[in-house]
Design a protein around this ligand. Sequence first.
Ligand SMILES: NC(=O)c1ccc[n+]([C@@H]2O[C@H](COP(=O)([O-])OP(=O)(O)OC[C@H]3O[C@@H](n4cnc5c(N)ncnc54)[C@H](OP(=O)(O)O)[C@@H]3O)[C@@H](O)[C@H]2O)c1
Length: 336
Amino acid sequence: MLKLGIIGTNWITQQFIDAANASGEWQLTTVYSRQMARAKAFAATNHAPETFDELTEFFAKGSFDAVYIASPNSLHFEQAKLALAYEKHVIVEKPVVTNPVEFAELDACLAAHPHCLLFEAARQIHEVNFKQIQAQLAKMPQIQGATLTYMKYSSRYDAVLAGETPNVFSLKFAGGALQDLGVYLAYDAVSWFGMPDTATYTPTLTRTNVDGKGVAVLRYPKFTVTLNVGKTSQSFLPSEINGLRDAIVMNNPAELAQVAYHDADGQVTTIGVQPDANPMLAEARDFAAVINDPVSHQTDYQNWRQLSRNVNQLLFNLRQSGHIYFSDAERQLPAK
Ligand SMILES: NC(=O)c1ccc[n+]([C@@H]2O[C@H](COP(=O)([O-])OP(=O)(O)OC[C@H]3O[C@@H](n4cnc5c(N)ncnc54)[C@H](OP(=O)(O)O)[C@@H]3O)[C@@H](O)[C@H]2O)c1
């Protein structure tokens, strides 16, 4: 059993722990929280023996093999670097870091700690239905583009409307719709179609100056992919990938619970399977498999790293085109 430490005590961490337990590969041993009472409560619920409220001590004294980081986005970079310095494997929630400079620095840290592995927890790419869409795409005679929509009203937008700045709507914590939900769409687009030639983003800013919603246009040599993303309104539109007379239609391009192929004769075939009750189960299994046998899984691991690198670059390019910066230093960085 691999020993797991966690940073962040919100619901998503509980969901990952439940998935890790269900995989039969992980055992939660160590909990970090800024508040010891919260660490202890979380540890008690999950039968974890170790608790810390100081981060360096957590890494130095915690007896875990890998850390799952589910803190606000802008903290991922420093926390992942610290984990690697203490020879821990790292699973970081999406988006792994906020720009290509940070990504390259993590690559350098990984090179300096060659026994450590780092995963971005982009859960959907590990799921069966995601891979079956990829397989169906390869069979379609011609791709003519896609429109992917992920707009989910966030309860935290109520707090923005009430004058507060929750982390996910804050520039300081690298929030906004693109970073939060757009990352799923970026993973879809880059996995299914590759990196676009150009990418532009037209955001609608909130009072807190992050993108509450926005439209991204990715231009490929022979088609265009449009991404609609939002946390300040709700969409009920399905998403689709268009061929000639055929198309793949998804209820939601991140959850992929209902996916269908509409062929050129109008026949509709269901693609994929009933998703796991816990959407993080597949990634929990995959990460454990790679850590347990990195040599056999080297190709998968390197493919995920490259995908993560490309998604990081794409999200950064989109933000630059939409003039959304998380720091003054980012204003000086070129988009590629
Ligand atoms: N894969 C998915 O489906 C999914 C879903 C939701 C979120 N996420 C990702 O998970 C991460 C966390 O998202 P979230 O919405 O849970 O974030 P959040 O509620 O703002 O913060 C998560 C945790 O980080 C700690 N934290 C909060 N504010 C902090 C601060 N100012 N300084 C240091 N630590 C702080 C808190 O833990 P303590 O108080 O215990 O220290 C909190 O439980 C994000 O990267 C997000 O993109 C992924």
